[in-house]
Design a protein around this ligand. Structure first.
Ligand code: PMM
Length: 286
């Protein structure tokens, strides 16, 4: 999944694709570099970001979705608003990528159910302005797993088909760097929910922190690509269904190396084997 933010303020590509031609050109380049989906977002979700209204969000994403789908590029819409999702699907989007996992807008489940489209349910605890204070967990992996299971149940109860659902741990959303690393290390426990898993680490600030200079200055976003590629390979080798990245070519090149090496799978981490209580309700639904 290639990232295309048509926002003035997203942390990595904010402001670069505000112009329609630039956005469409970049979407086509992402597809040509190997993206199976181009994910179009009109509202920045970086920590601390202010919300925009639905009309502004729709005005930003709809023309880009129309042009890219007309050019044969498969598109997902990155929105947590049912109204925007509905208009995006009518404009040609094939997938709804909802960073709120259906929590932000009670009408989203209806829209997705009626469209029969895939729905990415990301782990989320609140809007960007407030999410830093929400980063408290007993065991981040167990808590994220349980909260994703609740979102899955809510979607199924609303009539969305199980084979339309994709889960995402929501790296950086109400999570500290330590939480992100723990989730990355224990992906099999989330895969155990039985749903395809999308992993979105690309250029996020925990990578900037890992690669910080000796004086503590974070590595700038544009120089986090090698680390991003490493996260992509590790996530796919652990069993992720997809990775959401800004530089598609770098990730597809690395995954080509992984595939040519026989697509080796990572060993299951020990905490996973120790799990004694199987959660039958959420076992293999794929
Ligand atoms: N991260 C961002 C936005 N949308 N969607 C999913 N499913 N998963 C993510 O991790 C995710 C997302 C924030 O990053 P951006 O500014 O690069 O879009």
């Amino acid at each position: 999944m290639g990232v295309l933010n048509v926002t003035p303020d997203s942390f990595s590509d904010g402001g670069r694709y505000a112009d329609l031609d630039a956005a469409v050109g970049h979407g086509v380049r992402l597809r040509d570099a190997g993206a199976d989906l181009v994910d179009i977002g009109g509202e920045s979700t970086r920590p601390g970001a202010e919300r925009i209204d639905a009309a502004t969000e729709a005005e930003r994403v709809l023309p880009v979705i129309r042009e890219l789908t007309a050019a044969g590029v498969p598109v997902s819409v990155d929105t947590s608003r049912a109204r925007v999702a509905e208009a995006a699907l009518a404009a040609g989007a094939a997938v709804v990528n909802d960073v709120s996992g259906g929590l932000a807008d009670p009408d989203m489940a209806r829209v997705v159910r009626d469209a029969h489209c895939p729905w990415v349910l990301m782990h989320w605890r609140g809007h960007s302005r407030a999410m830093r204070e929400l980063a408290t967990y007993t065991d981040v992996v167990a808590d994220v797993r349980a909260e994703l299971a609740q979102r899955i149940d809510a979607a199924l109860t609303a009539g969305v088909a199980a084979d339309r659902l994709i889960v995402d741990p929501g790296l950086g959303f109400a999570k500290t760097a330590a939480h992100n690393w723990e989730l990355s290390a224990r992906l099999p426990e989330l895969l155990d929910l039985g749903y395809p898993l999308l992993f979105g680490a690309s250029r996020k600030s925990y990578l900037g922190g890992l690669l910080a200079a000796a004086d503590g200055t974070q590595r700038p976003t544009a120089q986090r690509e090698a680390a991003t590629v490493a996260t992509s390979v590790l996530a796919v080798a652990a069993g992720a269904w997809g990775v959401r990245v800004h530089d598609v070519r770098a990730t597809t090149d690395a995954l080509a190396v992984w595939a040519a090496t026989g697509s080796p799978r990572l060993a299951v981490p020990p905490h996973h084997e120790k799990r004694t209580q199987p959660d039958h309700e959420h076992e293999v639904r794929r």
